[in-house]
Each structure stands twice: as C-alpha cells, then as structure tokens.
Ligand binder design. Structure first.
Ligand SMILES: NC(=O)c1ccc[n+]([C@@H]2O[C@H](COP(=O)([O-])OP(=O)(O)OC[C@H]3O[C@@H](n4cnc5c(N)ncnc54)[C@H](OP(=O)(O)O)[C@@H]3O)[C@@H](O)[C@H]2O)c1
Length: 389
C-alpha cells in the first residue's frame, strides 16, 4: 500500500496574483538557448506526492515556466496532467511555453534502455520533445524507491567512464533526432566531467550540470570549474530541503533557513529566510546560475519565483553569505552536504559516502575497475585474517 504521511491540507490561494514570467531572469546555455533560472521542483520527498499535480499547476498559474522532473520521481504523468490543465485554464497557450527539464534514471543507463526511457518520459509528460535532458547520476546504481538509508545494492559500481560514454552516446543520438533540445548532467563531479569533456566533441558537451547547492553547501570551486567550461550550474535543495525524509537526515546536518546570517539578512530586508537563500542562489557569482526549489503553498510558490526577478541582496549581504576567502569575510559555507547518497554506495567504497563525491574512485575502463576490485577483495581478505576485531 502506498505510504502517505498525514499532513495538514494543502491550500492554494487563488487571490495571489500571477507574476509576469517575462521578467524572470534567464540563463544563456552554450547552445545559445535561454533557460529560466528558477525551476519548480517536483520531487515529492515521499509525503507530497499526492499534491504534485496541484502544486505544479499552481506554480504554472503563478508564473513558473521551468519545471524540473525526473523519471525517478514517479510523477511525470501528473506533471503532464498539470501542464494540460494549465493549457485548458489558459495559464499557458501550449506546452511549448514551458521549459521542461527531465532526467534519465540510473536504472535506464544501459544503452538499449535509454531511448525507451526517454520515450516513456515524453509520453507521460504528453510532449514530443524535452527542453533539457539530464543524466541523473554518474553511475547506474539503483535502489528501491523509499528504501531505508542502510539499503545497499551489491551490484552498485563507481563511475566507469567507458560505460558512461556509451550512455551519453545514446543521449546524444536522441538529441540529434530532435527529441531532446539540450543535454546535461546531474551530480557530476569534477573528475567525471573532465573525462567527458576530454572525450566528446564540443557540440556533444553538457550545457548544464544540476547539483546540490545552498548557502551551507556552496560548491563554489566546482561551480567555477564548470562555468569555466561553459556549463551552467543549477542548484537543487536550494532551501536546504527542510522536509526531506528521515532516511536522508543526519545529526551532522544544519538547517540553512535557521542559519544566523540568513536569518539576520531576512530580518534586515523584512523577507523570509527562504527568500534570502533563493535570492543568494540567483545573485551569487554574477548571476551565472539557477536554482530548483519546491513548495506546496501559493504564497511560497509566488515568493520564490520573485527571487529570480528582483535582486534583493546588497553586495555586502551577498558577501556575508558567500565570503571571499578572507578572515574578515568568511561567509557561511559549511560543506553541509544533505544528499550523502549512501544507498548508491558500491562495496569498495567501504561504507564511506564521501567516496561518492571526492573522486577517489573514478575509473576510465571496466578493466581498470575489475583490477581495483580484485585487489580490494584480496586486501579485505587479508585484513579480516590479520587484524584484531
Ligand atoms: N538532481 C538531483 O539529483 C536532485 C536531487 C534532489 C532534488 N532535486 C530537485 O530539486 C527540487 C528541490 O529539492 P527539495 O524539494 O528537496 O528541496 P527544497 O526546494 O530546498 O525544499 C522544498 C521543501 O521545503 C519546504 N519549504 C519551502 N519553503 C519553506 C519555508 N519557508 N519553511 C519551511 N519549509 C519550507 C517545502 O514545503 P511544502 O512542500 O510544505 O511547501 C518543500 O517540501 C526537487 O523537487 C527536485 O526537483 C534534484
């Protein structure tokens, strides 16, 4: 049976006026095409699945024109319904008015599965092409939806470039066929991207990388590297994902919206801490990146889109959040990663989630990984035989 947490009913306030989407900040992708910098997220964090259609429809009514979806969110069909209803209600004139980002799920990265996966996505959304298609994670590791944090898949593997290039090749073919307009990556680290950029022609490079970014997890160096290669970065969990499920919440995590600097800037400006976090996401680094955020209340949905319209933060306030590597301006970045990705860990990561992100286990070929795996097994056998408990 589907598990849905009982929460207070979601109320959409139709008295809140729509925002003129034309004034939303847009980012120029390397392809020359423009992408609205604010994307409405549709990942349901388990409990809000039943509201995603209405929340998406409300977001479109209020002026959001960029929707972030994924096969893994198991709700592309309701996103499609919301788009069709928005057309019926006259909020948009056709699906072409929307910028839709979709993602290839890990379980569909085998070359034969890529085209069918995209076809299913297009069918569920009710569109014949998608504006931006991201490869969701760098490796094909799957977990059962909603599984516990300690779940491990024995078949999980690290990034193997040879295998990734085969998946990417299929994505490129679908772009050439016209079913995808622009292509990108998600959760790609610097080493994975460097290999990809080394091995594909310029017109087959990703135009965007979606990654975790919020005031306490700024990823400035990685973002600057990507931008130096012409890859636009969009940040997910831009509010610090206050309602993520317990399996993704750890005692080390801090709440962005409760950070004293975010709260004091909110008080100075008379806005919510959430608005400060999103204004920072848009204004930082010379307005070169975007955010994905989600809410199921009309006032929040409207307020968050405004973050991509009005530059609210002064340079001094931006500096208090971002810092500049000086003692005087340390900023508030705390490398507070919320997605540890522990359910994706492969055996040789030895249970250490940081291996997913620190590029210490990135392999160019399947043979190189097999060699490493064999040595690792030997080492572990000896370790078990020789070390004290
Ligand atoms: N590429 C990837 O691997 C990846 C990974 C994770 C997420 N994403 C994308 O990023 C999107 C955003 O991620 P997210 O939803 O986890 O994080 P988020 O946007 O940081 O947080 C959204 C949650 O914050 C709550 N919220 C909003 N304003 C609030 C406030 N003022 N006070 C307290 N709570 C507030 C919302 O609650 P209500 O629902 O009650 O309004 C919503 O549940 C996802 O929907 C998905 O599209 C991508």
């Amino acid at each position: 049976m589907k598990k849905t947490r009982v929460i207070e009913p979601v109320c959409f306030d139709k008295t809140i006026e729509a925002i003129n989407h034309a004034s939303v900040h847009h980012l120029k992708l390397r392809s020359g095409r423009m992408m609205p910098a604010a994307a409405f997220g549709t990942f349901h964090s388990d409990w809000a699945q039943d509201y995603m259609k209405d929340a998406t429809l409300e977001a479109i009514r209020l002026g959001w024109r960029h929707i972030d979806t994924a096969r893994a969110y198991e709700n592309e069909d309701v996103v499609g319904e919301a788009i069709r209803e928005a057309i019926k209600k006259g909020y948009i004139s056709s699906a072409e008015d929307m910028f839709i980002t979709g993602k290839l799920w890990n379980g569909h990265m085998s070359p034969k599965d890529v085209a069918p996966a995209l076809n299913n996505t297009l069918k569920a959304l009710g569109v014949d092409k998608i504006n931006l298609y991201l490869n969701h994670w760098p490796w094909p590791n799957v977990h059962t939806p909603g599984c516990a944090g300690e779940h491990r898949n024995p078949d999980a593997v690290p990034y193997i470039h040879e295998a990734f290039l085969e998946t990417w090749g299929e994505i490129v073919k679908l772009k050439k066929s016209g079913k995808i307009v622009d292509i990108g990556t998600s959760n790609h680290t610097e080493a994975c991207l460097k290999l990809l950029l080394r091995d594909v022609p310029k017109d087959e490079r990703p135009v965007c990388n979606q990654m975790e970014m919020h005031p306490l997890m700024q990823q400035t160096a990685l973002r600057r590297y990507m931008e130096s290669e012409g890859i636009v970065c969009t940040g997910y969990m831009s509010l610090g994902s206050p309602k993520r499920p317990g399996r993704d919440t750890f005692k080390e995590h801090r709440a962005d919206l409760l950070d004293p600097v975010i709260q004091s800037i909110a008080a100075e400006l008379g806005v919510s801490p959430a608005r400060v976090a999103l204004s920072w996401a848009i204004q930082r680094e010379n307005k070169s990146g975007g955010f994905v955020a989600m809410a199921t209340r009309s006032d929040w949905i409207a307020e968050y889109l405004k973050a991509a319209m009005e530059d609210l933060l002064t340079p001094e306030q931006l500096l208090r959040i971002s810092g500049d590597d000086s003692k005087e301006h340390p900023g508030i970045d705390a490398n507070n990663r919320l997605i540890w990705g522990q359910v994706f860990l492969w055996p040789e990561a030895d249970g250490d989630w940081r291996v997913l992100w620190d590029d210490s286990q990135v392999f160019e070929t399947r043979a190189a990984y097999q060699k490493f795996k064999k040595a690792w097994r030997e080492f572990h056998k000896i370790k078990l035989e020789t070390t004290y408990a």
